[in-house]
Design a protein around this ligand. Structure first.
Ligand code: WQD
Length: 334
C-alpha cells in the first residue's frame, strides 16, 4: 500500500478523506496538532476502516517530525495538505495567527518534502480565491480577485508558492462549501466553540444547543435576498481527493500545477437551504434575518466540468442527503 501523509487528517475534510484513501487501497498516515479537532475522531475512523490509522500529534512546523515519519513509515508517495486555519472572521481579527500557521506551515512542509524527495502534493484551496466573482458559475480561469480576508490571502499565496516550486507535482483543489457528514454518523464536522459556518450552527441550534439561527443579510440582490453558495457533500469532496491523488501517482497530469474547482455546479440561497433542511429532516429551523456579515460574497458557485473531464469525478450527493447526514451526525453528538 502506498503511504499518503494527510496533514490535518483528524479535521472535517481530512478525516473523511482518510476513509476514502483507505477504501482506495492507500495507507493514510495522519499528522494533526488537534488545534481544531479532537483525538477521539480516531475512534470513528477505526470503526470505519477496521484499524486505527497511524497518527502523529504534532504541528506542521515541527519539521523534525517528518524525519520520524519517514523513518517509521517508509517512503511517502504523496502529501494531502489540509492543516490550516479556515475561519474567515477570525483571520480578520488575528492575521498573524493565519499567516504563521497557513503560510509558515506550508513552507515548513514543502521544505521537509524537498529534503525527503516527496514531490507529490494535493493542496486544500478554496473558492474564496475568486472573491466576489464578476460572473457565475466560476471556472478555473475566472479572475482571482484581491482577497477579502487574511484567510483568503493565505489560500491565494499558498497557490503561488506551490506554482513556483516547479519541482513539485501539485493538484490544487478549490473547495466550494463542504457540508454534511459520513452517513454512518461516526465522523463529521466538529467545530470547537460557536460555529461560524451555516450548517454546523444550524444543526446545533435545531438541537437546542444554540439560540436560533441568524441569517446574515436578507436584502442581497438574489431571488430571496440571501446569499448563494455551492454546497458539496464532504464525502464527495473526499472522493475528489483520491481522484486527484490517482492522477498524480499515475503520472496523468499535464503540468506541474493543476487547479480544479470542487463543487456541484448548483447554487442555493440560505433560505433554500433551510427549506431543504425541513424537507430532509421534518424539522423546521427557527431563524431571524440579521445584518449582513462583513466579507460575505453575494453569490458564488462552481463550473465543475474540468474536474469531471480531467479527474473523472463528479459530485453525486444532493442537498437533501447533505442535510440529512449533517443532522444525523448532530443527533449522535453527546
Ligand atoms: C455560508 C452562508 C453566510 C452562518 C467559508 C469559507 C470557505 C469555506 C467554507 C473552507 C453565507 C450564511 C452563515 C450563520 C448565516 N471554508 N450564514 N448564518 O463563508 O460561504 O465559506 O466556509 O474551506 O473558504 O469562506 O461559509 O457557512 O460561513 O456561510 O446566514 O450563522 O451562510 O452569510 O451566506 P462561507 P458559511
Amino acid at each position: 500500500m502506498k503511504n499518503i501523509l494527510v496533514t490535518g487528517g483528524l479535521g472535517f475534510i481530512g478525516s473523511h478523506t482518510v476513509v476514502s484513501l483507505h477504501e482506495a487501497g492507500y495507507n493514510p498516515i495522519i499528522l494533526d496538532n488537534l488545534s481544531n479537532t479532537r483525538e477521539n475522531v480516531l475512534d470513528g475512523l477505526e470503526k470505519l476502516i477496521g484499524r486505527r490509522p497511524v497518527f502523529y500529534k504534532c504541528d506542521i512546523n515541527d519539521i523534525i517530525v517528518y524525519e520520524k515519519i519517514v523513518a517509521e513509515s517508509g517512503e511517502i508517495a504523496a502529501v494531502i495538505h489540509f492543516a490550516a486555519f479556515k475561519d474567515v472572521g477570525e483571520s480578520v481579527e488575528q492575521p498573524l495567527k493565519y499567516y504563521h500557521n497557513n503560510m509558515q506551515g506550508l513552507i515548513s512542509l514543502l521544505t521537509a518534502m524537498k529534503q525527503f524527495g516527496i514531490a507529490n502534493i494535493v493542496f486544500s484551496s478554496s473558492c474564496t480565491v475568486y472573491g466576489e466573482p464578476d460572473n457565475v458559475p466560476v471556472n478555473e480561469t475566472s479572475p482571482i480577485k484581491p482577497a477579502v480576508s487574511p484567510y483568503g490571502a493565505t489560500k491565494q499565496m499558498g497557490e503561488t508558492v506551490l506554482r513556483d516550486c516547479a519541482w513539485l507535482n501539485t493538484q490544487c483543489l478549490r473547495y466550494f462549501n463542504p457540508i454534511g457528514a459520513h452517513p454512518t454518523g461516526l465522523i463529521g464536522e466538529l467545530p470547537l466553540g460557536v460555529p461560524s459556518n451555516l450548517i454546523p450552527y444550524l444543526t446545533q441550534s435545531v438541537a437546542g444547543l444554540r439560540p436560533p439561527l441568524t441569517v446574515h443579510g436578507g436584502n442581497y440582490p438574489t431571488t430571496d435576498g440571501t446569499c448563494i453558495r455551492d454546497y458539496i457533500h464532504v464525502c464527495d469532496l473526499a472522493d475528489a481527493h483520491v481522484a486527484a491523488l490517482n492522477r498524480l501517482l499515475e503520472g496523468k497530469q499535464h503540468k506541474t500545477f493543476e487547479v480544479f474547482n470542487l463543487g456541484t455546479g448548483e447554487g442555493s440561497t440560505v433560505l433554500q437551504v433551510l427549506t431543504k433542511f425541513e424537507e430532509a429532516t421534518g424539522l423546521k429551523p427557527e431563524y431571524k434575518i440579521g445584518p449582513r456579515r462583513p466579507g460575505d460574497v453575494v453569490a458564488v458557485w462552481a463550473d465543475p466540468s474540468l474536474a469531471e473531464s480531467r479527474l473523472g469525478w463528479k459530485a453525486k450527493r444532493g442537498l437533501p442527503e447533505m442535510l440529512r447526514d449533517a443532522w444525523n451526525w448532530q443527533t449522535k453528538q453527546t
